[in-house]
Design a protein around this ligand. Sequence first.
Ligand code: DX5
Ligand code: ZN
Length: 220
Amino acid sequence: MKRILAPSILSADFRILGEQLRITEEAGAQYIHFDVMDGMFVPSISFGMPVLSSIRGTTGQTMDVHLMVTDPIRYVEEFAKCGADSITVHQEACEDLQGTLDRIHGCGVKAGISIKPATPVEMLIPYLDQAEMFLIMSVEPGFGGQAFIPESLERIRTLRSLLDERGTEADIEVDGGIYHSNVAQVLEAGANVIVSGSGVFKGDVAKNTSEFMEILRRYE
Ligand code: DX5
Ligand code: ZN
């Protein structure tokens, strides 16, 4: 199973965003994690369609869009049009989760389902065949730079065994508080797509990315 690094641009330096993406790409990061916040589902507001449109051509990386937005079905088409390769929605934010996943697939992009730290993993059981990716939040969604919630490891293990039992190799993405110091534990628990904002963009971006990639490759 491929181990993937998805730098979250929430922590990037927006004055030189294009250059920062290029640095992460050259150092091996396969995805760019794009956090959209609406000030409703989460307290903060981040960025949206115009930013995605303007970065889509600057890098060959997969655009991994994480919608922290109430009723995300309203925005699926627009994000797909602006260059999303995958769209992940929160189970807690959807009135009609199945309909939202169908809408995402209808746009020809991959679908992900995310759950907040307090949402039971078992909630995902009816949807294990309905998404290409499952995102376990390891912090409360809304802000970068928070500490990893240790109970997330058990949640990743549970989800990986549920997927194994179902015979599917869907991706497990983990998001929040991941650094060089704890990424190995997250991989060992069964995750294969690693989001990191502060861990990549605070300090030397090239060095941070390469060090993550070195650890990820040990688990392939
Ligand atoms: C949090 C976002 C994350 C965030 C992670 O709500 O979904 O993607 O950027 O940031 P770090 O890695 O700094 O915890
Ligand atoms: Zn995110």
